[in-house]
Design a protein around this ligand. Structure first.
Ligand code: FES
Length: 133
């Protein structure tokens, strides 16, 4: 299968440690800047489809903002499933706590899948992404 690189974004629009969502020919892709190198990964979380650019990028680890599943931004590998939110010592009201326990037990049965990555290249300050299927 041949390559098909399409223009994604200017390299200087993503600071190191940053992520930006781009839509390339109908595909939702997040471009990540990891220490000046650029990587592209499917936008939707492998757990329940949350947009990954709303999470955080620490080194090559993306943490989803929704339930904190983690992914390797370079390989797309799912590193962990969802984890309960840290309430920073706060105790949620009883009914809220019960609701969160129920949601947590339901989520425990939802598999977290690894997600697709795309090859990238940078030429003349432009990040290109190979969207060939
Ligand atoms: S949607 Fe991403 S961790 Fe649940």
């Amino acid at each position: 299968m041949s390559e098909r690189f399409v223009k994604a974004i200017k390299a200087d629009e993503i600071a190191p440690g940053g992520m930006i969502n781009v839509e390339l020919e109908g595909r939702e892709i997040v471009v990540c800047n990891i220490d000046g190198s650029f990587y592209a990964i499917e936008r939707r979380c492998g757990h329940m489809n949350a947009p990954l650019e709303k999470g955080t990028l620490d080194g090559k680890v993306i943490t989803c903002a929704m339930h904190s599943a983690q992914f390797d931004a370079v390989t797309g590998e799912a590193l962990s499933g969802p984890v309960p939110k840290d309430f920073h010592g706060e105790i949620p009201p009883p009914r809220m706590g019960q609701f969160l326990m129920t949601v947590g037990s339901l989520m425990a049965h939802i598999k977290t899948n690894s997600i697709r990555t795309y090859a990238t290249k940078v030429t003349s300050g432009i990040v290109w992404v190979d969207i060939q299927a």
